[in-house]
Design a protein around this ligand. Structure first.
Ligand code: NAD
Length: 473
């Protein structure tokens, strides 16, 4: 007789393994079916390895400017192999950590590919799950609930498939053995900008092609424009309003070539490599959805505010439901799904209170709505900005580009959004996110005494500036 589980989670990525832990904390018997490695995209092909390489790029860039700090770095060189090795060690250490946590919470891990089979005689309401194990055996589990946490994968550009050679996704970029001399990045979203920044620091010639009128389109316009300006200052070519014609892709003279219309003018773009970063598509294939009433929209699973699908016993979380495809969102969706399954009353997630981060140099981070969104929604908008160059710690640190922008309602004094570009803002944004959750007004952030000298003073000053009270601006 197979072991009985309350919940089977398909996919052990950030959403899946966090859900499993929360489920175990709530007393549920949980199994995770994972066909690759626990930790999923974030740990093995996303957040962690890319941030490890970005850190190598940052150290290299800082070392190049070492003489400004009095650190002489003659004969400086970058060794991609060692950077990759370091990245691999960090990933492995965290992978062990996730395995340890699964054991600690007595979560059963099943190595294999899971497919929902639909209602069964053992479990007429829940739907059984058949797992094809890596050892070739298969087993059937009949949980009370199933949580789909199968994640997403890079979306190819129509007509330009990934070929693991010259046309690659971020997955292959993480495994490069040598650096190209030049790279064309299609897509100026989060992935495009992070890799553009990294490759620029590695000394690669970078061109970013973005179809929309600006890169980082989801971010506040002033922030996105500042990022574009700073990338251009580092000799990254940023082409916006630009459409590549996939049909014209060819390899000539050892280079990938493609035609593009850039602001209405034809251009031939050439580079050693093309990195396609035009979004990620949910992994909904071959998991048995056809045997269920689970509904799809735009290739993602439709869920309600508590992550329930149209099938009573099936939940879905993380990238597979579309929306904000972020590891921290997946994790919290996992927690909410498990609390709902366990009958705990939990508030739905407020997606506008969740911080978004882009880990280029400088970093970009934001929470809440942009100035343009605030105006569209009819707020009486007031904004304030504070530049990092007026912050002592930023000058000491040697990274003083960027600013913090606060968007507020001038009638109610409500905080509507905080937008940051600059050093370590992906860490600084947490304070703004807390302020947003607690419904703090800008003056309350400004009244919070920020230690000196720290980068956090930029938020304090920007918040004071919203009432015309900044001290150093
Ligand atoms: P994205 O949606 O952020 O950006 C894709 C960009 O490609 C868009 O700006 C889009 O206009 C552009 N684009 C689409 N088709 C194009 C074309 N034919 N030519 C030129 N440009 C085109 O997607 P992404 O950057 O691939 O990232 C995928 C997902 O992963 C996102 O949801 C992202 O938030 C997430 N992610 C997050 C992080 C992070 O939080 N730091 C890091 C990596 C990925």
């Amino acid at each position: 007789m197979a072991e009985a589980f309350d919940v089977v989670i398909l996919g052990g990525g950030t959403g899946g393994y966090v859900a499993a832990i929360r489920g175990a904390q709530l007393g549920l018997r949980v199994a995770v079916v994972e066909r690759e490695k626990l930790g999923g995209t974030c740990l093995h092909r996303g957040c962690i390895p890319s941030k490890a390489l970005l850190r190598s790029a940052e150290v290299y860039a800082t070392a190049k400017e070492g003489s400004a700090f009095g650190v002489m770095t003659e004969g400086l060189a970058f060794d991609l192999g060692r950077a990759m090795e370091r990245k691999g060690k960090i990933v492995e250490q965290l992978h062990k950590g996730v395995q340890y946590l699964m054991g600690k919470h007595q979560i059963t891990i099943i190595d294999g590919h899971g497919r929902i089979m639909g209602p069964s005689i053992f479990s007429p309401t829940a739907g059984a799950v058949r797992v094809e194990r890596k050892d070739g055996e298969s087993e059937i589990i009949t949980p009370r609930f199933t949580v789909i946490a199968t994640g997403s994968r890079p979306r190819p550009l129509s007509g330009l498939p990934f070929d693991a050679g010259r046309v690659i996704s971020s997955d292959e970029a993480l495994e490069l053995r040598t650096l190209p001399k030049s790279i064309l990045i299609i897509g100026g979203g989060v992935i495009g900008v992070e890799w553009a920044s990294m490759f620029a620091d590695f000394g690669v010639e970078v061109t970013v092609v973005e179809a929309l009128p600006r890169i980082l389109f989801q971010e506040d316009e002033e922030i996105a424009n500042e990022m574009a300006r700073l990338l251009k200052k580092r000799r990254v070519k940023v082409l916006v309003d630009a459409a590549v014609d996939a049909q014209t892709y060819r390899v000539a003279d050892g280079q990938a070539m493609i035609e593009a219309m850039v602001r209405g003018a034809a251009q031939t773009l050439a580079a050693d490599l093309i990195l396609v970063a035009v979004g990620r598509q949910p992994n909904i294939d071959d998991i048995g959805l056809e045997a269920t009433r689970v509904e799809l929209a735009h290739g993602a699973i439709v869920v309600d505010s508590h992550l329930r699908t149209k099938e009573k016993t099936i939940y879905a979380i993380g990238d597979v439901v579309g929306g904000m495809q972020l590891a921290h969102v997946a994790a919290h969706e996992g927690i909410l799904a498990m609390e709902t399954i366990a009958g705990a009353s939990s508030d739905p997630l407020h997606y506008e209170q969740i911080a978004r981060c882009t880990y280029g140099r400088p970093e970009v981070a934001s929470v809440g709505i942009t100035e343009a969104q605030a105006r569209e929604r009819g707020h009486a908008v007031k904004t304030a900005k504070f530049q990092f160059r007026a912050i002592g710690k930023a000058l000491v640190y040697g990274e003083a580009d960027g600013f913090v922008k606060v968007v507020a309602d001038s009638e109610t004094n409500d905080l509507l959004g905080v937008h940051m570009i600059g050093p370590h803002v992906t860490d600084l944004i947490a304070e703004a996110a807390l302020a947003h959750v607690l419904d703090a007004a800008p003056f309350e952030i400004g009244r919070t005494i920020h230690p000196h000298p720290t980068l956090s003073e930029a938020l304090g000053e920007a918040a004071l500036a919203a009432d015309g009270l900044a001290i150093h601006g």
